[in-house]
Design a protein around this ligand. Structure first.
Ligand SMILES: NC(=O)c1ccc[n+]([C@@H]2O[C@H](COP(=O)([O-])OP(=O)(O)OC[C@H]3O[C@@H](n4cnc5c(N)ncnc54)[C@H](OP(=O)(O)O)[C@@H]3O)[C@@H](O)[C@H]2O)c1
Length: 242
């Protein structure tokens, strides 16, 4: 009886293994694909752009500071594997005005073709005791980390659905999986991305559009260095007795 149950289990696992390629998406071929990376001028976003560029993708970097964008473009271009590859830079605040974001995505699509993959990486973080964080920082963080991912995604989704292909990545955080000490302003913005991703995936799956959420741990970036200057971040690492 036990043997029969084990055989049944093995057969079931094998069946799942055989069927899974039919139900899971085919990997996106990055060679020649147009990848838009918001927050692509620094840290995690810049590294994602480099990795895609190394696989012959065309890249659009989106961030605010033009000099950082130009610097990142030069750095990324060193990894070119053919002379047709392009890195386009667009300066815009992804969190302020939907129409502006829509326009820059349109410009990028006119130059490099429809967006095959959008990586929403623009974001910022602060740590602090709940009652000490200035009240408008809660709103600002939600604007940048949440709406700053909604706007670019909304701007690419119709074309992706029409073409019946596309990938959207949201860069959340480990603080988007569980609340962390000192992150009352940041964690909720990253939780929100998970809710958005799960709901959106249900809508777009029939169109062969797939949504991914990344939950990075602490990563050595300029943004992380800035956040580390905060007093509460130090307290979080070395909690003080109450
Ligand atoms: N580093 C970590 O330990 C860690 C861990 C988990 C999750 N994350 C997440 O990963 C993402 C990248 O973090 P990072 O550490 O790589 O940060 P980073 O080095 O500070 O880079 C942030 C990028 O986002 C851009 N950006 C920020 N606000 C923007 C806005 N309003 N509009 C357009 N672009 C904007 C920045 O350029 P401009 O300032 O020029 O606009 C920059 O290119 C963030 O979403 C962060 O929350 C980071």
């Amino acid at each position: 009886m036990l043997l029969l149950a084990a055989a049944f289990l093995v057969a079931f696992v094998l069946l799942l293994y055989m069927v899974s390629p039919l139900i899971s998406p085919k990997p996106l071929k990055l060679a020649g694909a147009h990848v838009v990376v918001t927050g692509g001028s620094s840290g995690i976003g810049k590294c994602i752009a480099i990795e895609c560029f190394k696989q012959a993708a065309f890249i659009t970097l989106v961030a605010r500071d033009e000099s950082k964008l130009v610097q990142a473009k030069k750095e990324i271009e060193k990894y070119a594997i053919n002379d047709k590859q392009v890195v386009l830079c667009i300066s815009v605040d992804v969190s302020k005005d939907y129409r502006q974001v829509e326009n820059v995505i349109k410009q990028a699509q006119e130059k490099l073709g429809p967006v095959d993959m959008l990586v929403n990486c623009a974001g910022t973080s602060i740590a602090g005791n709940f009652e000490e964080i200035e009240i408008d920082r809660f709103q600002r963080l939600m604007e940048v980390n949440y709406l700053g991912s909604v706007y670019p995604s909304r701007a690419v989704i119709s074309t992706m659905k029409e073409r019946r292909m596309g990938r959207i990545v949201f860069v959340s955080s480990q603080a988007g999986q569980l609340g962390l000490f000192g992150y009352t302003a940041y964690s909720p913005t990253k939780f929100a991305l998970r809710g958005l991703a799960e709901a959106l995936q249900m809508e777009v799956k029939p169109y062969n559009v797939y949504v991914t959420v990344a939950y990075p741990p602490d990563t050595d970036t300029p943004g992380f260095a800035e956040e580390n200057k905060s007093k509460v971040r130090t307290m979080y690492m070395y909690p003080q007795p109450v």
